[in-house]
Design a binder for this molecule. Structure first.
Ligand code: ZN
Length: 491
């Protein structure tokens, strides 16, 4: 902590002088102007371009949402035709605003091969003489899309970490059902130890998790060129009654989970637009969001379409309207890449691929701002202010704030939002990358009612508007954001 204090102190001093300058400026503006004959205002060589006033209209914001979050797009599931339609819309808007394909690219759409098994039919589990069926007996939370088997190993939840899970084992967690955070920790430890299949007692926490992933088994979509695609982890929760049946099976007995899946070649889509700056040596700013969501899942109150109006049609809308304004004004010094990624919800695949195959060298990316869920005001943030994940990791947030951005530190560090969006894939590659978000944990999060009716269009409009001047400043400036020492995440 103390390491960063000096740096932040210096920033605080700069900030103060900026405030004084701004105050002096507004005082001048209030004074009546006198013309002194014979004097002409000298052009200020240092002043950047004069930007015309720009007002983001709520109807523009609503129009993007009206399409992207419509039932017609069926929730823009990762690596689906619906995602492709959403990406095609984004490309069409980019073209209308005057963006071009990224340098060296033929078009605006980056199509990426992925491995995405589609489950069909119920999974079943056989252990000793006991057979469990997906549904009442168990819920398969995670699956690689392939059947999995191993020998039964019981570990009390409280012993995980002390008693190691065997690599070829099917670990059955014993003891009372676990709460959310404990569950995450325990599962995380077992997966790190290389256990491929874990069975946990069904609990409120496992049910909540299942609901949040759309009430259906999460089958991670993987990049086709990802070596680890064939491996992975399976996680199932077992009802209390079914667990009693499993209790009768001897330790070391063979356990097999049979999954029915179809594997068809699929693609995910990144929409990429470029705005060339006047000085290629000054670097490129990367503004991003993700255009996919959860698609169609378990119905809640008769609604099975997970529209994702906030997550993340709202961020996509921000990228679109920022492209709109920045392409409309005078030429900027720095170039800007506008990217809406596919398959964020399946493990940040679009951004992972982009980070590994960037259209401009990563070292030329001066900063990445991702926009996520800016559809509602966060109750913990000051009115009109977005939270910026990993705020204290770099000087980007504080510097943008000095230039008028309404952003502040993320009040939910325990939620690890910094690691939970596309910015993270770029941060892992070294780019100073953060996510700006509205309410981090709204009630509609990953629910079918994350729809147009639950958006605060005026908040969204104001949030996008508030970023125009800070981004224009960043795009016409020399300032190169940097991680604070030791704060860049590593793989
Ligand atoms: Zn999201």
């Amino acid at each position: 902590m103390s390491k960063f204090w000096n740096g932040r102190d210096a920033i605080a001093q700069v900030s103060l002088s900026v405030v004084l300058l701004v105050q002096a400026g507004s005082l001048m503006a209030q004074l009546p102007s006198f013309k002194i004959p014979g004097t002409k205002k000298k052009p200020d060589a240092k002043a950047g371009p004069q930007f015309p006033a720009w007002t983001v209209k709520p109807e523009w914001v609503k129009a993007h949402e009206q399409f992207l979050a419509s039932d017609a797009l069926a929730g823009r599931g990762s690596a689906t035709r619906d995602e492709e339609i959403a990406a095609t819309y984004v490309v069409s808007e980019f073209m209308q605003y005057g963006l071009t394909p990224a340098p060296g690219s033929q078009g605006f759409l980056q199509s990426i091969d992925v491995v995405a098994p589609t489950l069909d039919g119920k999974a079943s589990l056989a252990a000793g003489g006991v057979v469990l069926t997906e549904g009442d007996d168990m819920q398969v939370l995670y699956s690689t899309g392939t059947s999995v088997s191993g020998s039964l190993q019981r570990i009390p939840a409280s012993e995980v970490g002390k008693t190691k899970g065997k690599k070829d084992a099917v670990v059955v967690l014993t003891g009372a059902p676990l709460s959310g955070e404990t569950l995450q920790g325990v599962i995380g430890t077992l997966f790190k130890e290389g256990v491929g299949f874990v069975l946990v007692p069904k609990s409120e926490a496992t049910q909540k998790f299942f609901d949040q992933i759309g009430g259906k088994t999460r089958v991670p979509v993987k990049l086709k060129d990802d070596e680890s695609a064939a491996h992975g982890t399976t996680l199932a929760s077992v009802s209390e009654a079914a667990m009693k049946g499993l209790d009768t099976v001897r330790e070391g007995a063979k356990v097999t989970l049979t999954i029915h899946a179809e594997i068809k070649p699929r693609q995910t889509f990144n929409a990429i637009g470029f705005l060339a700056g006047s000085d290629p040596s000054s670097g490129t700013i990367l503004l991003t969001a993700h255009l996919d969501h959860l698609g169609v899942g378990a119905a809640v109150n008769g609604d099975a379409i997970y529209n994702g109006a906030n997550d993340d049609a709202a961020g996509t809308t921000a990228v679109l309207e920022l492209a709109h304004v920045l392409a409309a004004g005078p030429k900027l010094k720095r170039s800007i890449l506008f990217v809406c990624y596919g398959s964020e919800e399946s493990g940040e695949l679009g951004s992972e691929y982009f980070g590994k195959h960037p259209p401009v060298p990563l070292k030329d990316l001066v900063a990445n701002l991702e926009f996520e869920m800016i559809g509602n005001q966060d109750p913990k943030m000051p009115p009109g202010t977005l939270l910026l994940t990993g705020f204290d990791r770099s000087n980007l947030g504080s510097t943008l704030k000095e230039h008028g951005a309404k952003v502040g530190p993320d009040p939910y560090p325990e939620q690890h939002f910094f690691e939970r969006s596309d910015n993270y894939q770029l941060a892992l590659e070294g780019v100073v990358a953060h996510t700006a978000a509205g309410w981090g944990t709204p009630l509609t999060y990953h629910q079918p009612n994350d729809d147009l009716a639950h958006l605060d269009i005026n908040f969204m409009t104001a949030a996008i508007q508030s970023l125009i001047d800070p981004l224009r400043w960043l795009a016409t400036n020399e300032f190169k954001p940097a991680w604070f020492p030791g704060m860049q995440p590593k793989r």
